[in-house]
Design a binder for this molecule. Sequence first.
Ligand SMILES: C[S@@+](CC[C@H](N)C(=O)[O-])C[C@H]1O[C@@H](n2cnc3c(N)ncnc32)[C@H](O)[C@@H]1O
Ligand SMILES: Nc1nc2[nH]cc(C(=O)O)c2c(=O)[nH]1
Ligand code: SF4
Ligand SMILES: [Mg+2]
Length: 213
Amino acid sequence: MSYSIKEVFYSLQGEGFHSGRPAIFCRFSKCNLWTGREEDRADAVCQFCDTDFIGTDGQNGGKFADAEALAQHLLQFWPDKKITPFVVLTGGEPLLQVDRELIEVFHRHGIEIAVETNGTKQAPDGIDWVCVSPKANAPLLLDHGHELKLVYPQADCMPEKVAELAFDHFYLQPMDDADPQVSEANIKAAVQYCLEHPQWKLSLQTHKLLGID
Ligand SMILES: C[S@@+](CC[C@H](N)C(=O)[O-])C[C@H]1O[C@@H](n2cnc3c(N)ncnc32)[C@H](O)[C@@H]1O
Ligand SMILES: Nc1nc2[nH]cc(C(=O)O)c2c(=O)[nH]1
Ligand code: SF4
Ligand SMILES: [Mg+2]
């Protein structure tokens, strides 16, 4: 199986449980909830996406013939052989492409694997950290994992709807909007919700605050 990768970069995990942790980000091309084209956004199932995932033309992106080639490509960005490499599979929707072979090969290379997914597809077994971010109006098939990270607010997917699912950690991530006033209002609302419902923790997109990838 070959893999289409939009971009690869080394940064700090900006969001959720592992925020602040150095990681190699592997952004898979394509998503099943939006084409990625601005002219299609208003008709998409997921309309608030902050990411360009079209094609393979981003930094260090490309098409990789197999999991071994992709692992070799990713590992060149890890700076210290004594520390376990941490790779975050994201996208686009990574579970459209991630398969058992990729998990096996990455583990053989000693990689710790995390995934960021919209939860509309089952994940292959063995992923070390599964972060599901449910989307209103999309079927949630992957309803368990390590971290549930809900972008807030989403009118048809409020926290009460997913609070009973089998996750170890529950995060609210304020929806980032083109209008800074809307973003600020979303942060305030998320803070207030967490204070009133202490099952939930706040996830800020700290890479955006820092101005890093
Ligand atoms: C770009 S998505 C890629 C992975 C997968 N497709 C998903 O939705 O989880 C990575 C993370 O960014 C979140 N995200 C996307 N757009 C956002 C926005 N405008 N504000 C806050 N978080 C956003 C997603 O919910 C997800 O947790
Ligand atoms: N620094 C950083 N952390 C992230 N966590 C999740 C990201 C994503 O786009 O999936 C992301 C990202 O794009 N950058
Ligand atoms: S599901 Fe994820 S990648 Fe797809 S459009 Fe929504 S936020 Fe973007
Ligand atoms: Mg991002």
